[in-house]
Ligand binder design. Sequence first.
Ligand SMILES: *Cc1c(COP(=O)(O)O)cnc(C)c1O
Length: 476
Amino acid sequence: MSSSRFRGIPSVHELIDHPALKGLVDRVSHHVVVRGVRDFLADFREELSTRAESLSVPYPGELAERIAHWITKEQGVRLRPVVNATGVLLHTGLGRAPLSESAIDAIRQVAANYSALEVDIESGDRGRRIADVERLFQELTGAESVALTNNCAAATLLALSSLAAGRKVVVSRGELIEIGGSYRLPEIMAAGGAQLLEVGTTNKTRLSDYARACEDGPAAILKVHTSNYRIVGFSECPSLKDLVPLARRHRIPLIHDIGSGAMLNLAPFGLPDEPQVPESLRDGADLVLCSGDKLLGGPQCGIAAGTKELVRKLVAHPLMRAFRVDKLTIAALHATLLEYRDPAKAIEKIPVLSLLGTSTQNLRNRAERLAPQIAASPEVQEAVVEEGEAAVGGGTTPARGIPTCCVVIRAARRSVDELARLLRTGHPSVFGRVQKDRLWLDLRAVFPRQDQDLVAAFDHFTDSGTETRGLGNQGS
Ligand SMILES: *Cc1c(COP(=O)(O)O)cnc(C)c1O
């Protein structure tokens, strides 16, 4: 094998100086890129020695581009930013709620330093790690006490394990929810060691059904917000308020799993049926369970808020230690909750709420600016502006229903699915939705600062030519 051909391969140093890889160093890290270049060159040398004559060493600039492409694709960093043009605001696959600036700052502060996480600053003694969050929650929602877990599923499991293990819990048959595959209420119930006491039917549950079940000596009543479906038509189910006297009479806790954790009335945003944490507590729930990264707009976590007595039982359970959240989550949640002190500000500062509150006219103006720019791409046969319906998602609010505006694209040179794939895998990475043979870029969950990314996404893969010009299997 002619080692002279190896000599044509530029050094790692030389390659990293080329713009494609330099840009990647800025985006990813020096270490990752160097390792990627080394791995690629090792494979390349191997290929040169086995496939000899059919391969030649490309020019350094081209090689650098191929390597950059390979690193981003094959070593694909999953946790890289994507533009969410799916029209699903809380897309679980895309990480649900983006955080507010203040939450990001709080994470940075806490991450870079030691913090008085479990120390009482006055006395220097051991303190509670979530004391500040709890105080804010008391102020904002009226809850006496709070426990934080990694997600709402954990909060539910913790509540059932600590309040109802070995005993029955009353749930309406109309509220036996499944949230995205792995969260199914009957299974969580079983995992918590509680026995499901189903009452009523799928479409009709009456107060008398609950009352009869309560004669059976259950440990609690669990009311669940059917966050991703609705039972309409010939249907009824008692409200939380209706259940309060019954729970009080039997001296059992009334637990309300509200899911999305809205802190404000979101009816003005087109979400009239979304239960709110303060309202649920005011209406008489003894314990409210919700997620932090849905409509609350904070970090992923579960929140169990309610009476001192119940929260004390949750916190005392061994699972609490397994489920407890880290300092970064506490910092981000605290900063997010602080925004709610001024609801008008919260609507501006908390990304989920500001996206939800953007007027359709604003979306339309932006779509109309973007459509001709996108249409200029050779990949695009036609790009038009159409209104549509976006969704909250993340197991929140059923069906679509939030008015939105989209740039709707007909692909020119390949199938619409292939176009959608190229946009997802490109830089910037854009997720749209394919519907009726066209690609819909929905602006509802796109930040205005990302508008030009939508255009750049088309430039990117057009500029770098076809996706398959890499080396053998190294390319696409
Ligand atoms: C989303 C949801 C859950 C699960 O919350 P995670 O934070 O994803 O664990 C539980 N209950 C309801 C009603 C929900 O909407």
